[in-house]
Design a protein around this ligand. Structure first.
Ligand SMILES: [Mn+2]
Length: 308
């Protein structure tokens, strides 16, 4: 019996954690030949901790690398830059995702399920259906919480009709209005006052390769952007530090207000590339981008298009 590790991306968000957790559980219910263990590659987000606690579940264990030959299943990512240390010498046996297809290649044919839906947990919910496994309340809570954080309670342009239908269905299983549940999930993150600039910049950051440019894009979601703006200088300093120390061509921080529905862009490094792509200027500091909620669809996709 082999132990197979199921994991979301580095700097995990709620979708990375919950997709790994619920998919490992599904695999254990449908394949008795192997043992599937969900793990995480970074700190547990506050909302994930709340959902695990409420449902009496044990969060995935933290790991920092995988051994050579380890069998792994990737959820919520397929870019090597977002994967566990040692991935080059591990064996990827499945990928369940909702992102662009990047640079992963395998020696053998594998299950690779990638749907352009609002969250990986939407894909996992449909895989429970596919295997005819009924969702219990705890699993539905895990999945729903991640569908709502990834789609900003269905307000993000990444939310599809499939997401909307699935959200309604899961809210029915847990017996709670999805908007109320979603606000409760977002509020579990607490206010921003106790959060350091370093945490703001690293809580949900990802590395991308845009036509040879190594670009770091981080996103921090708040329900009080006005309050955060008092700390613009401090946060800008942190973004500049990350860009320089990690040698990124460019670094872009999105401070996203989920209630007002838009983001402040703070950039460092080769900002001309970002300015040209969006037709904006950072000469006066951060730039307010109304309606921008999705890093993937409204920011990364635009930079890929521009770089190509
Ligand atoms: Mn996701």
């Amino acid at each position: 019996m082999a132990q197979i590790l199921v994991m979301g991306h580095l700097n995990p968000d709620n979708d990375a954690i919950m997709s790994a957790y619920t998919f490992a559980q599904l695999k254990n219910m449908t394949d008795s030949e192997n043992e599937y263990k969900a793990v995480r590659l970074g700190p547990l987000p506050a909302e994930s901790a709340m959902i695990f606690e409420e449902n009496g579940l044990t969060p995935p264990e933290l790991i920092d690398h995988v051994e050579e030959g380890q069998k792994v299943i990737l959820t919520d990512h397929n870019e090597l830059g977002q994967a566990v240390k040692g991935i080059e010498n591990a064996e990827v046996i499945e990928v369940i995702d909702h992102h662009r297809i990047a640079d992963l290649s395998t020696a053998a044919p594998i299950t690779f399920i990638n749907m352009p839906w609002g969250s990986t947990c939407t894909v996992v919910a449909h895989l429970y259906d596919y295997y005819g496994i009924a969702l219990d309340k705890a699993t539905a809570s895990c999945l729903l919480s991640a569908m709502l954080t990834d789609t900003v309670i269905l307000k993000s342009p990444t939310a599809t009709d499939i997401d909307r239908k699935t959200v309604e269905k899961l809210a029915g299983i847990i017996g709670e209005d999805y908007t109320k549940f979603g606000m409760r999930v977002f509020k579990s993150r607490g206010g921003d006052d106790d959060v350091t600039a370093e945490e703001i910049c690293t809580r949900d950051s990802k590395e991308f390769n845009f036509g040879g440019k190594k670009v770091w894009i981080a996103q921090y979601e708040t329900i009080d952007l006005e309050g955060l703006r008092a700390r613009t200088a401090e946060i800008t300093g942190e973004v500049q530090k990350i860009q320089k120390e990690k040698g990124y061509d460019a670094a872009l921080m999105l401070l996203t207000d989920i209630l007002v529905e838009g983001s402040d862009f703070i950039a460092a490094g080769d900002v001309a590339f970002i300015e040209d792509a969006f037709g904006i200027s950072f000469a006066e500091g951060p730039v307010w981008m109304p309606g921008v909620l999705s890093r993937k669809k409204q920011v990364a996709a635009k930079l890929i298009e521009y770089a190509g």
